[in-house]
Write a protein that binds this ligand. Structure first.
Ligand code: ADP
Ligand code: MG
Length: 363
């Protein structure tokens, strides 16, 4: 198996919440012990409701934010502590496209300056060569080179997003992360930008991470999907498996909540009810239990462990086998030692009735 281009192990990020008079800041763990791998050349989607920690995870992976805990590896090299020249190099190779192209483009710079800035900073090209390169990049993203002396406000949303993409390409990235890259665009323009990203991926041999709260976009673009809920991963699977046989009740609800995906198909899975709980005080046990139609006592008390299934599929749900009994059989890899240890601890605790109300399991 090839080395992942990006990998994180046990990655966490905790923020201090908003300050309130005479009150301690509640801490928000936006990303909570996440481990995942991004393989070279793939498009990995990260999905989940707004507030689930997708943007934070993306920024951590690109070293735009410093993790509170955990390790990040780029092509096998630990980059968690990278700084100085190495960090600058990494920033060039790992590029981001933002949701709101207007907010991310300096309104006082013209397109030539915006797209040319990374070249000016990171290359030894002459002014003339830079100008040619900018023209090239604009052409690559489907904009006339003659527009180089225009300013961001003169463009439509879709065109501005193309400028943002040209800028990201200028430093010769290996990986491109799109944080809701089309969410702010008109539906009619979304498909054009999606197509552009796909063709750039082929043309430059890029790896992509696409962060999205909606499923429609990622179905067509991604190879694998990571589903997040309140800072944790609940399921990882190939894109077709996510849509055809979602195993986690949250993934099932997300898909059921997106009716346009399967017009005419009768809905037999309940849609997502209620709001995301407050991330500063997430529910005990399985974080999804307050909205899950299948929640049991075990779910309220014990945090599920991520189980790896055949084919690299991952699921973090106590009851996924019962819930999906009528679906085709999926081989379960042998449970890990950590899983067996926690399971034994839980069973012993249940026997001794030593479970406290907070959901802590006391041995
Ligand atoms: P998503 O991209 O899935 O909508 P985010 O990663 O933006 O989620 O946010 C996850 C959680 O972390 C939210 O509760 C959010 O309020 C909190 N958060 C994100 N960034 C910060 C920050 N800079 N300071 C404090 N809290 C933050
Ligand atoms: Mg976000």
């Amino acid at each position: 198996m090839s080395t992942p281009i990006l990998e994180c192990i046990d990655l966490s990020k905790t923020f201090a919440g908003p300050t309130r008079l005479f009150k301690r800041n509640p801490l928000v763990t936006a990303v909570d012990r996440i481990s995942l791998q991004v393989m070279p050349g793939e498009t990995l989607a990260i999905v989940g409701e707004s507030g689930s920690g997708k943007s934070t995870l993306g920024r951590l992976l690109l070293r735009l934010l410093t993790p509170s805990q955990g390790e990040i590896f780029y092509q096998g090299e630990a980059i968690t502590q990278a700084s100085g020249a190495r960090l600058n190099q990494l920033r060039r190779e790992l590029q981001i496209i933002f949701q709101d192209p207007f907010a991310s483009l300096n309104p006082r710079m013209n397109v030539a300056a915006i797209v040319g800035e990374p070249l000016w900073l990171h290359s030894s090209l002459s002014a003339r060569q830079r100008q040619e390169k900018v023209a090239d990049l604009l052409h690559t993203v489907g904009l006339p080179a003659a527009w180089a002396n225009r300013y961001p406000h003169e463009f439509s949303g879709g065109q501005r997003q193309r400028i943002g993409i040209a800028r990201a390409l200028a430093s010769g990235p290996k990986l491109l992360l799109g944080d809701e890259p089309v969410s702010a665009l008109d539906v009619s323009v979304q498909a054009q930008v999606v197509n552009l990203l796909e063709s750039l991926k082929q043309q430059f041999g890029l790896t992509m991470i696409i962060v999205a709260h909606g499923l429609a976009v990622i179905r067509h673009m991604s190879d694998r999907v990571v589903v997040m809920y309140l800072g944790q991963i609940v399921e990882i699977a190939a894109v077709d498996d996510i849509f055809d046989t979602p195993l986690h009740p949250y993934t099932q609800a997300l898909i059921a909540s997106a009716p346009q995906l399967q017009p005419g198909v009768k809905r037999h899975i309940p849609m997502l009810q209620g709001d995301l709980p407050n991330p500063a005080s997430p529910p005990s046990g399985c974080r999804f239990h307050t909205r899950c139609p299948h929640a049991s006592d075990e779910c309220r008390l014990l945090e599920p462990i991520n189980q790896v299934l055949a084919g690299g599929r991952q699921i973090a749900c106590h009851r996924w086998q019962e819930i999906n009994r009528d679906r085709s059989v999926i081989d379960l890899a042998p449970p890990s030692a950590a899983f067996l240890r926690r399971r034994a601890l839980f069973e012993r605790a249940v026997k001794q009735r030593s479970i406290t109300l907070s959901g802590e399991v006391t041995p």
